[in-house]
Design a protein around this ligand. Structure first.
Ligand code: ZN
Length: 257
């Protein structure tokens, strides 16, 4: 029988006695999506990434003295552009906002006044939800996208977007048992908008995924490696850990220099 390890910073792996005795400052909410990721990555990719980045960042922050707890991952993202792909399970932004409000309210009455969302899915955008919720809620809420909090260019030849080199490399490093050989992957070629402003990205509209990509990927995974994934995951965890340490120590009444 192996020894029980009580990870105080992982809510799902700790107990009431620990929770009762620990003065937690910051809750971390990993938020993913359930969706197809080319032919080689699993539907749970975003959830696995969000949970593992949050766990590793929190572990480091805990060891640096911060009082952090990682909540269970929310596995549903905004997938309105993928409704015609089986088991891309859409959760509308309005539903997400209601869910976020309920979690924030629970934390508020329990005296945990800081919440960090670690987002893993490009279709999720918590900024407007936080703007709306913040005046009604005594919890300070912020959001970070793990795939963009560290500049990916020095780490990858062609980071890509969905199931591309960056995401594939990270999955090869954190969940190798769930990644199929790259020979099974599609090219992840994304068709561009015909309209110039949308193509160039200074005008924006959501994309209709099945018209953009044949294999559901947008980004070429061919140059993905475990080593690239390990290095990037390490850099991302370190950066988010630093955020958690600072927030844990921050005085909410004195947030500006
Ligand atoms: Zn993804």
């Amino acid at each position: 029988m192996s020894a029980v390890t009580d990870k105080h910073w992982m809510l799902e792996q700790t107990t009431w006695k620990t929770v009762r005795e620990t003065p937690y400052e910051v809750a971390v909410l990993p938020w993913g999506a359930t969706e197809a990721h080319n032919y080689h990555l699993p539907y749970g990719t975003d959830n696995i990434e969000a949970a593992q980045v949050a766990a590793e960042a929190a572990r480091r922050a805990w060891e640096a003295g911060a009082r952090i707890v990682v909540l269970p991952v929310i596995p549903f993202g905004v997938n309105t552009g993928q409704l015609d792909i089986r088991f891309c399970l859409n959760m509308n932004p309005s539903t997400q906002a209601a869910l976020l409000a309920d979690i924030a309210h629970s934390l508020e009455v329990q005296g945990v006044k800081k919440l960090v969302i670690v987002n893993s899915h490009g279709g999720n955008d918590f900024r407007q939800m936080i703007r709306e919720l913040q005046p009604k809620c005594g919890v300070f809420i912020c959001a970070v996208n793990w795939w963009s909090c560290v500049d990916s260019k020095p780490y990858f030849d062609e980071p890509g977007d969905h199931a591309g080199e960056l995401e594939t490399s990270v999955m090869m490093s954190i969940a190798p048992h769930l990644v199929l050989p790259l020979s099974k992957a599609g090219e992840g070629r994304a068709k561009k908008f015909r309209v110039k402003g949308l193509r160039e990205g200074w005008a924006w509209a959501p994309r209709q995924w099945t018209k953009v990509s044949d294999d559901t990927g947008t980004g070429n995974p061919r140059s993905a490696t475990v080593e690239k994934g390990e290095k990037y995951f390490d850099a991302v965890s370190e950066r988010i850990s630093g955020l958690l340490v600072e927030l844990s120590a921050a005085n909410l009444d004195d947030m500006y220099e």
